[in-house]
Design a binder for this molecule. Structure first.
Ligand code: HEC
Length: 148
C-alpha cells in the first residue's frame, strides 16, 4: 500500500513537471513575438535599438553634440530620402556635413550588425520622434540596400 502511494506521488510529480515543461516555451514564444501592428512594434523596438546603438553619440533627445555628432532633429538626412538614410546606418557615414551651421567631421561607424528589422525600427523611431514626422521604414527597404 505504502509503495503504491509513493509510486502514484512520483507519477503525479512527473506529470506536473511535464505539464510545466510543456507550458513554458509556448509562453516564451508568445512574449518574443507579440502580435501587435507593425507601427507599434517599430516604435517600441526602435526605441530600444536607439538607446543601445545611437544614444551615446546622438543623445537621448536626438540633439547630438555640437561639432561632434549631428542632431537627428528635422535634418534633411532624417526626413528626406529613405535610401540615403538607410545607407548611413548600414555603411556608416563620413561626409563632412554642415547641419544648422555646425560642421561635423567625426566618423559614424557602420552599424550593419543590426538586423534589417532593427534598422527599420530604429529609423522609424527616429523619423517619428524628436519632433520629426516622416513615414516608416520597412525591413524590406533595408534588405534591398544591404551590401550596396
Ligand atoms: C560613434 C558615434 C555614432 C553612433 C553610435 C551613431 N552615429 Fe549617426 N552620426 C555620427 C556622426 C559623427 C555623424 C556625422 C558624420 C559625418 O560628419 O560625415 C552621424 C550622422 C548621422 C546621420 C546624418 C546626419 C544627421 O544628423 O541627420 C544620421 C541620420 C544618423 N547619424 C543616424 C544614426 C542612427 C539612427 C544611429 C543608431 C542606429 C547612429 N546614427 C549611430 C555618429 C554616430
Amino acid at each position: 500500500m505504502n509503495r503504491l502511494f509513493t509510486l502514484s506521488i512520483t507519477a503525479l510529480l512527473i506529470l506536473t513537471t511535464g505539464a510545466f515543461a510543456q507550458k513554458s516555451p509556448v509562453k516564451k514564444a508568445g512574449v518574443a513575438k507579440p502580435k501587435t501592428p507593425m507601427v507599434t512594434t517599430g516604435a517600441t523596438d526602435g526605441k530600444t535599438v536607439y538607446l543601445q546603438n545611437c544614444l551615446t553619440c546622438h543623445q537621448a533627445d536626438g540633439g547630438g553634440v555640437p561639432n561632434m555628432n549631428p542632431p537627428l532633429i528635422k535634418t534633411d538626412y532624417v526626413l528626406g530620402d529613405k535610401t540615403r538614410l538607410i545607407k548611413i546606418v548600414l555603411n556608416g557615414f563620413n561626409d563632412r556635413v554642415e547641419i544648422e551651421g555646425e560642421m561635423y567631421n567625426n566618423v559614424m561607424p557602420s552599424l550593419n550588425h543590426l538586423t534589417d528589422k532593427q534598422i527599420a525600427d530604429v529609423l522609424t523611431y527616429v523619423r517619428s520622434n524628436f519632433g520629426n514626422k516622416a513615414s516608416a521604414v520597412s525591413a524590406t527597404e533595408v534588405k534591398k540596400l544591404r551590401g550596396k
